[in-house]
Design a protein around this ligand. Sequence first.
Ligand SMILES: Cc1cc2nc3c(=O)[nH]c(=O)nc-3n(C[C@H](O)[C@H](O)[C@H](O)COP(=O)(O)OP(=O)(O)OC[C@H]3O[C@@H](n4cnc5c(N)ncnc54)[C@H](O)[C@@H]3O)c2cc1C
Length: 393
Amino acid sequence: MHSGTVLISGASIAGPALARWLGRNGFDVTVVEKAGSPRPGGQAVDFKGATHRRVLDQMGVYDAVAARQTAKTDWRIVDESDRVQAVIPGEFIGGDLEILRGDLSDVIRGVASEGVEYVFDDEIVGLRERGDGVEAAFARRGTERFDLVIGADGVHSAVRRLGFGPEKELVQPLGYWYAVASGTAAADGLQTHLPSGRGVAFGYNVPGRLALVGGQKSPNLFVFSSTGEGYDRHDRSTQLRLVEEAFRGLGWRVGAMLDACADAPDFYLDALARTRMSTFTRGRLALVGDAGYANTLGGFGTGLAIVGAYVLAGELAGARGDHEAAFQAYDRRMRSLTKIARTGNAGPFLAPASPGRIRTRNWSFTNRLMYRTMQAMTDRFATDERIPRYPLR
Ligand SMILES: Cc1cc2nc3c(=O)[nH]c(=O)nc-3n(C[C@H](O)[C@H](O)[C@H](O)COP(=O)(O)OP(=O)(O)OC[C@H]3O[C@@H](n4cnc5c(N)ncnc54)[C@H](O)[C@@H]3O)c2cc1C
């Protein structure tokens, strides 16, 4: 049965997940990705709780994801002499199942081939809705018509900008920034792998700032509060300056970490942000994953991307061509699950604003009851038993 043509922008997590479901359930799917090829590695992302597990199981990828999961990595929060102040367990940081983003994308693309065409090194530059479809103009391959267009192209989504409104109105920065860079020099002399196979990352906090070396998220991770003054998304030098200004002179291993940023080809900086969407759909367009819900560094983005793709595909497949009904149901169902993305901000947890708040955050990991409560809360945020089990192939 042919159910229609769908263009998906973005081939990281949400895009391939949606393509896998739609391709196997009667849709002709094209996935367009700006990058020239699939990007390997990347930071570790994770899954938590019953809903994530159920969706991965039904997708047929749970075992493959488990086989490629990373070792659990504890975060040791240390003082300037590397003396341990607190340990944030790997289970809290990495959920039930943690995997590098590039590996996860590989696994999902591996099962998504039926009815799906991947186009790398191209992007949508214009969208025009006509009564019975959407004309998408590409940077390289001209203009084509699709029944539906889905933005799975991340926090800086082009589909959202072209179809829903400007980023500055729909994405709200949260006052915190993060930067990542490869390079191991800053972790010299630290034991980042235990004989048991567990990893260890080392974090140094001063008010409003966290510098972390040796972790799965990135060998060098910075989180800091800032207004972002002078930041230009397309100018690396303004980005390096922002990190320099926040961290220069802090001592510990920060000097070597900053040197790593200056040298690293993969240095990346962005604001922690959330979207301000009243709906994730408009006409024949929809958003899934970070493009719709954002949640940078909140620890829920990947699970939301996977569940969102499942719900959208389930509703579209069940609606027999009535995309309006499917989009309404998708919007309704994702409202409660994305609450964490609309309200959470990982900045104050990772980089508490005062010495007292740093101590309180550290204390919560030495108190068993408090820790168990926090763990249970994260599972609850990630789980929604009202998500139906769709009869999808
Ligand atoms: C340092 C760090 C740590 C993280 N840790 C966790 C974690 O522990 N747990 C967790 O659940 N999540 C974590 N996340 C978040 C997680 O990475 C995202 O939530 C998840 O990747 C969302 O997937 P996505 O497919 O929606 O978007 P993305 O992974 O952002 O992918 C968007 C894709 O679209 C492509 N693209 C962009 N623009 C265009 C365009 N114009 N045209 C075509 N393609 C385009 C991009 O190249 C990319 O491939 C972390 C993120 C970071 C940065």
